[in-house]
Structure formats: C-alpha cells, structure tokens
Write a protein that binds this ligand. Structure first.
Ligand code: GDP
Ligand code: IMO
Ligand code: MG
Length: 419
C-alpha cells in the first residue's frame, strides 16, 4: 500500500499545494487525479511564491516524477503558460512531467460555454472560475471529449473543428457575445507545447512503478464540499474531489491506498456562490480575509471567510476515509480574543450533526474557546505551540476521532510542524 492521497476537506484552498510540496521528499511520484486549471495551488520556498494550476505540486523537486492523470481536464493554453513561468528549463521539465493519454482537453468552446452558461444564470450562477471545467467534463461524460492522446493523430484538426461546430451550435441559443480568436489564441500553441511531453497510458506506468515499490502521492484539487456528488450541489465543481476520485482519476485499485491525508484550514473559506453555514459577514470575517490573505489563487476573487465547521469536517472525513488530519493557517488565528467552532447545526428547532440533502444552510451552534496572541510562524516544535491552540487542536481531534499529525504555521515549505 504505497499510494497515499492528500485532499482538501473544505471548499478548496486549504493549502494543498504547500503541503504536497513539503512532503514530496517522501515520495517518488506526485500525481494530480481530477480538476483542471480551476485549481490554484500555491507553494513557497526561498522567498518565492509559485502558483500551480495543472502541474502537480511536486514539480520543484528534481528527482520526482509528476503525473497529470486521466481524471484531469487540461487546457493546453494554460499548460503552456504554466510551463513557461515555472522558471525551470524545458528539458528538465520534460524529465519530471508525464501526461495521461486519457486526460480530456478543455477546448476554447468549453471556456466560452462556461461563460455563456454563467451569464445566463444571472443571480443563481455557480461562481465558476470560468476555466471551462463544467463543459469539458460534460463532453467527457457525453462521450464527446477530445483526449490528450489524440493530439498526435493526423486528423486532430478535423476532430477539433467537429467539436467546435457543436459548441457554436449550442451557443446560438445564448445571448452571449464572444470573439473565438480570443479564446483560440494560445490554444494551438499549447497543443504544440503538450507534444513536447511524454503522453502515455499513465495507468500502466503508475501500476508498474508502485508495484515495484515506488511511493506515490495523489494530490487532490478543490475540496470535499465542492465534490460533484457530496458537495453543496449545484454549487460544486464537476469532478469527484474525494479519495475515490484518485482511483478513477489515476487507474489504481482502492486496495493500494494507504494513508488518506485530509487537509483543512483552522477556519473556513469559500470562493464562488453556495451555502456556507459558518460564514462571517462582519468585521471578524474581514479580519480573517486580511490576515489570511484570502484572495483566490486562480481568479483573485475575495474568499468568503468563517469559523471552522465540524459537522462538515466530520462528513468529509467519513466520505474520504481520512486517516490523518493536517491543519493549515493556524498562524492566521493568532490575535483573536476568542475563537468559535461550530460543533453542531440547528434546524427546525433541533440540534443535528449531519449534512442533510435538503438542509444546506442550517444555523451553526458554536462552542467558544479562548484565543491566543503569540506569533507562531517561527515555531517548529508542537510542544511550543500556545496552550489555547493545543486545546483547539484537542477539541477537533476529540470530536473527529482522527489525529492532527501536521500543523502548518506559515506559507513557506519550512513553516510546517510534524508531530
Ligand atoms: P490550495 O488550493 O489548497 O493549494 O491552497 P491555495 O494555494 O489556493 O491557498 C492557500 C493560501 O494559503 C496560499 O496563499 C498559501 O501560500 C497560504 N498558506 C498555506 N499554508 C499556510 C499557513 O499555514 N499559514 C499561512 N499564513 N498561509 C498558508
Ligand atoms: P483549489 O484546487 C476553491 C469553486 C469555484 C466555484 C465552483 C465551481 O485551488 O482548492 P468551476 O470553475 O470548477 O466550475 O467552479 O468551485 N472552485 C474552487 N474554489 N479552490 C479551488 O481549487 C476551486 N476550484 C473551483 O469558485 O464556486
Ligand atoms: Mg487554491
């Protein structure tokens, strides 16, 4: 069982990129299994911050193989831009990165459709990142997708034009103005960039390497509450962000999964629309946003902020089979006189702990704990953390029954405490 999974337990942006980078030295392979350039995974070392959208967060480690798995949707234009901004020689990246033949492509038409659909929804829009994710997965499931393995075919341009024709036909029903050339700009250049990389049946590669004893970390994107089945539907993304998604998104058996690392922020954030029971529309929410620099890594939108939601966390732990919890951004919570934590919901006069299908906005029931004032970013030993933070951690462990084995105290690779 030498495959571990790291995934988000909230609404995304839990700090997956930072932690994957920090624990990459313990693995041989780092693989993305779902999502696409809607993701923005930040990591920091040597005072430089990098934001990755499609490329796995192990890319800065020289001896690691990074895989973009079959479950990912790839926008070639974003791929090219990302390759060019990593600051690493192409020849080096060609060694470190492999792409699945079966990964579906995001076509220019998908991005236009995403924008047209959202525009049409008006006030009830999802708040999509407008990267074409929904339409690309729609075509995949409708068996109309174009896949990375097809870009080498001599009739690729024809396949592309057929898809484009379909997309333009749908767009006629929407009052949405667009300039195709704006969306196509860079896309075909991106295809040429993709061709420079090994496009392989990565399910064989993964099973052969892990079968021979290599260790792999599967890197989730988005978060459990954005999962298409278990998130706050319809305000979700279009893929399975949960641990099961790693099996379908990489071609691995559930029997091979070892640890499931569930990552969560010490508080909650959400970008885009949808229910958020512990949201703070007040001074405290603004303070969390300011202290935590809570602005989207992909779209720059301000993130909605709120207290930690334990019923939602427990739900995510259950769905994913989380074996260890990693808590990030605890440093951001320093300076609050008290900290609230949602330990139950109240709905129809009754207290409950479940995320119910038809009750997405229950009233939170809070437990109040004393805060801490110390700046903890410089700390590297668990025992030195403020007592009140340790009490906060203990309450979460007691309530979830899962150990918090890592506490992140800053954005840098080094600002990480393992217990
Ligand atoms: P991801 O999508 O889960 O990879 O998370 P993002 O990168 O979108 O958002 C997390 C943000 O918090 C990034 O700006 C990180 O650099 C930053 N970050 C990660 N861990 C910590 C931490 O423990 N403390 C602080 N202050 N920032 C962190
Ligand atoms: P990472 O991997 C936070 C949100 C969008 C929107 C909804 C659907 O960085 O954690 P989509 O573009 O997928 O159609 O948008 O999901 N969303 C994210 N929120 N972090 C992400 O990724 C997200 N990816 C999508 O804001 O509400
Ligand atoms: Mg992010």
């Amino acid at each position: 069982m030498n495959i571990d999974i790291l995934l988000g337990l909230q609404w995304g942006d839990e700090g997956k990129g930072k932690i994957v980078d920090a624990i990459s030295p313990g693995y041989d392979i780092i693989a993305r299994f779902q999502g696409g350039p809607n993701a923005g995974h930040s990591l920091e070392f040597n005072n430089v911050k990098h934001v990755l959208h499609l490329i796995p967060s192990g890319i800065f480690h020289a001896d690691k193989l990074n895989i973009i798995g079959n479950g990912v949707v790839i926008d070639p234009a974003v791929f090219k831009k990302e390759i060019e901004t990593l600051g690493l020689p192409l020849i080096e990246l060609q060694k470190r990165l492999v792409v699945s033949t079966r990964a579906n492509l995001i076509l220019p038409g998908h991005r236009i459709l995403d924008a047209a659909f959202e525009n049409h929804m008006g006030g009830s829009k999802i708040g999509s990142t407008l990267k074409g994710i929904g339409p690309a997965y729609t075509d995949k499931v409708a068996r109309k997708g174009l896949r990375a393995g097809e870009i080498l075919n001599s009739d690729f341009k024809k396949l592309y034009n057929d898809r484009l024709k379909d997309h333009l036909t749908i767009l006629k029903n929407y009052d949405f103005k667009f300039k195709l050339s704006d969306y196509e700009a860079g896309w075909f250049e991106g295809i040429e960039m993709l061709k420079k990389f090994r496009i392989m049946d990565t399910e064989y590669l993964i099973n052969e390497l892990t079968g021979a004893g290599k260790k792999m970390l599967a890197e989730g994107a988005q978060g459990t509450m954005l999962d298409v089945d278990f998130g706050s539907y319809p305000f979700v993304t279009s893929s399975n962000t949960i641990s099961a998604g790693a099996c379908t998104g990489l071609g691995i058996s559930p029997k091979k999964i070892g640890e499931v690392f569930g990552i969560f922020k010490a508080y909650c954030t959400r970008v885009g629309s949808g229910p958020f029971p512990t949201e703070l529309n007040d001074q405290t929410g603004s303070l969390l946003r300011e202290m935590g620099h809570e602005f989207g890594s992909t779209t720059g939108r301000p993130r909605r902020c709120g207290w930690l939601d334990l019923p939602a966390l427990k739900y995510a732990i259950m769905i994913n089979g989380v074996t260890q919890l990693f808590m990030t951004k605890s440093d951001v919570m320093s300076g609050f006189e008290y900290i609230k934590i949602c330990t139950a919901y109240r709905s129809g006069g009754k207290e409950m702990n479940e995320i119910l299908f038809n009750e997405l906005s229950p009233e939170p029931v809070y437990t109040i704990l004393p805060g801490w004032n110390e700046n903890i970013s410089g700390l590297r030993e668990y025992n030195k953390l403020p007592e009140n933070l340790k009490n906060y951690i203990k309450l979460i462990e007691d309530q979830t029954g899962i150990p918090i084995t890592m506490v992140s105290v800053g954005p840098d690779r080094k600002e990480t405490i393992f217990r």
